[in-house]
Write a protein that binds this ligand. Structure first.
Ligand code: C2E
Ligand code: MG
Ligand code: MG
Ligand code: MG
Length: 276
């Protein structure tokens, strides 16, 4: 690697900085290429009603299968895609792949919606609605089979714009999920005046509730108030039976996590759904 920029005479800054910049540039180049060539693949994690043990949907999660065959996790490329203007294309591909998964599941008799993560910066684009619309039409997927997930922090940042765009989608039947709920500073009462249908409780509460009485109380409050205000409430990151049982005792019956299944390729998802 070093030989590639050895001999560049203006290389006055430190090696590590050069390496960081070179690395970022290379990664960005590869990411752009991956997005164009379908190198970003949607994996699907089931969501369950764990009281009745029934499948209620899937979440699509982006996986970058790097040219050397290794996996690059979203934490390492979503932010890069957002800051370099590539996120739109990436998220569009995730919607398209999710639509195809919805139809592939339908073909084996499984009719559940799939939720797709979407960047706040993207929803506020004036052409988002039209793009989303034509994608669903092209793939022949009805509005109530696809949901959008937007993180609480991004939602709050530009709530008035985002809400205007989301309310148009919600009117068509598209479910709107507030992701990582509890990590931002919005109130449920306020959210209930906006176009939100589902609250996804951040995994940090699920992981801490057994050690921290404070988190237990916050969780209890979110679940109760969430239900009273008419939201679906779903917990993420459930890893143990104990966490599942504690959520049940607090009245939360919907969730996803490694306890049930990890995110899976479409092929594995279909097998998993069939065996279920
Ligand atoms: P998220 O939407 O909150 O997704 C949940 C994350 O928790 C996923 O990580 C999932 O694999 C992981 N997870 C699920 N169950 C468990 C569990 O029981 N234990 C543990 N330790 N982890 C669990 P992942 O796939 O690495 O995604 C990270 C974040 O990247 C996502 O958080 C989402 O904000 C973002 N992201 C992923 N795919 C996309 C995408 O297509 N578009 C956009 N804009 N963002 C995406
Ligand atoms: Mg999500
Ligand atoms: Mg989340
Ligand atoms: Mg997250």
């Amino acid at each position: 690697e070093r030989a590639k920029y050895d001999g560049v005479s203006f290389l006055a800054f430190s090696d590590s900085l050069a390496e960081a910049m070179f690395g970022r540039y290379e990664l960005l180049k590869d990411l752009r290429e991956a997005i164009v060539n379908d190198g970003i693949v949607a994996y699907f994690q089931p969501k369950l009603d764990f009281k009745t043990n029934t499948l209620i949907g899937f979440e699509a999660l982006a996986r970058w299968i790097y040219k050397d065959g290794t996996f690059i996790p979203p934490d390492q490329f979503i932010a890069l895609a957002e800051s370099s203007g590539l996120i739109d294309k990436l998220d569009q591909q995730m919607v398209r792949q999710s639509c195809r998964a919805i139809n592939a599941l339908k073909a084996i008799g499984v009719h559940v919606p799939i939720s797709v993560n979407v960047a706040g910066s993207e929803i506020i684009r004036p052409d988002y609605f039209d793009c989303f619309n034509s994608l669903l039409a092209e793939e022949d997927v009805p509005y109530d089979m696809i949901e959008l997930e937007i993180t609480e922090s991004q939602f709050i940042e530009e709530k008035s714009y985002i809400n205007a765009h989301l309310s148009a989608l919600k009117d068509l039947g598209v479910g709107i999920n507030i992701d990582d709920f509890g990590t931002g500073y919005s109130s449920l009462a306020y959210l209930s005046t906006l176009s939100v249908s589902t609250i996804k409780i951040d995994h940090s509460f699920v992981w801490r509730m057994d050690e921290s009485e404070k988190d237990w109380k916050i969780l209890k409050m979110i679940i109760e108030l969430g239900h009273n205000l008419g939201f679906n409430v779903i917990a993420e990151g459930i890893e143990t039976e104990q966490q599942k049982n504690h959520l049940l005792s607090l009245g939360c019956e919907h969730g996803q996590g490694y306890l049930f299944a990890k995110p899976m390729s479409l092929e594995k998802t279909l097998k998993w759904a069939q065996a279920d």
